[in-house]
Design a protein around this ligand. Structure first.
Ligand SMILES: C[S@@+](CC[C@H](N)C(=O)[O-])C[C@H]1O[C@@H](n2cnc3c(N)ncnc32)[C@H](O)[C@@H]1O
Length: 263
């Protein structure tokens, strides 16, 4: 992903680096209300399995965690979910973890967060998750304040990926894990053709019918094609300081889950 120079990709368009965030924000303002429904429709529910795999890897402790005591004098585990949108990763983590599990959902888009807050209230978990409006490139949190940091289908939207990786590394405690779920490149012959057809024809049509915005979903498809291959992204993670960097492709390469540690 080109970050040197003053231009970057917004889907298949080249745009000034400074202008990308506003374009991305327009996409998610437009689709926020229908975002969760669209995820189920576009992926046939598969995004749930990918997110479950991420939370399994986060592995929030189900009982007290060795180490930190929170201000209520309880053992706590604090996950920061970057670009956390409507809260899917947060809700799964709280469900999987013990009573000391806390999640901060950070997202730059107030409309996505509003949907997330309403869902948290419906689920009765609003004491365990907080929603913070902020930029993944400049986190409003102290160094080494999180036990784990995740980002699901968010990193390709962030204009300065290296800056966001450096910030994730900064706020992670020593021994903490960073996990990133992102769309990748399909590497199964036959499936790739089918996937391309589905992506460029069916998804924008679904976006128009369900969310009233074909362009937003065209951006989604194009941005996936522009995101670095898993090897290149793993190298970016290493450059940000992460150790024991690895990744795992899922569903024929539609998605890759990246992992790295602050050691
Ligand atoms: C495809 S959604 C993913 C939402 C959620 N993580 C999920 O998996 O359902 C991408 C999210 O990234 C957020 N985003 C884009 N740029 C961001 C930035 N610079 N900092 C924080 N969040 C950002 C968008 O507002 C949007 O909510």
């Amino acid at each position: 992903m080109p970050q040197a120079g003053k231009h970057t990709d917004f889907g298949f368009q080249r745009v000034p680096l400074e202008g990308k965030q506003a374009l991305v924000d327009d996409v998610f303002h437009s689709v926020a209300r229908r975002y969760d429904l669209m995820n189920d429709l576009m992926s046939g529910g598969l995004h749930r399995a990918w997110k479950d795999a991420l939370v399994t890897a986060v592995n929030p402790p189900t009982k007290g965690r060795p180490g930190r005591l929170d201000d209520k004098d309880e053992r706590s585990f604090h996950l920061l979910d970057l670009a956390g949108g409507t809260g899917d990763i947060a809700f799964r983590t709280i469900q999987a973890g013990g009573p000391g599990t806390r999640v901060t959902v950070l997202d730059i888009n107030a409309d996505m967060l509003a949907v997330g807050r309403a869902r948290a209230a419906e689920r009765g978990v609003d004491d365990a998750v907080i929603f913070v409006e902020g930029n993944a490139e400049a986190l409003p949190f102290p160094a080494r304040s999180c036990d784990a940091v995740t980002i699901a289908f968010g990193i390709r939207n962030v204009p300065r990926v290296e800056t966001a990786l450096a910030e994730a590394f900064r706020v992670l405690r020593f021994g903490g894990q960073f996990l990133c779920l992102e769309f990748s490149a399909v590497d199964v012959p036959g499936l790739d053709t089918l996937y391309d057809f589905y992506s460029f024809n069916v998804i924008p049509a679904l976006g128009r019918a369900v969310a009233g915005d074909a362009e937003a979903y065209r951006y989604l498809v194009e941005s996936i094609r522009r995101f670095p291959r898993p090897d290149a992204f793993a190298e970016m993670m290493r450059r940000a300081g992460f150790a024991r960097v690895s990744y795992q492709r899922m569903t024929g390469g539609i998605v890759a889950m990246h992992s790295g540690w602050r050691l």
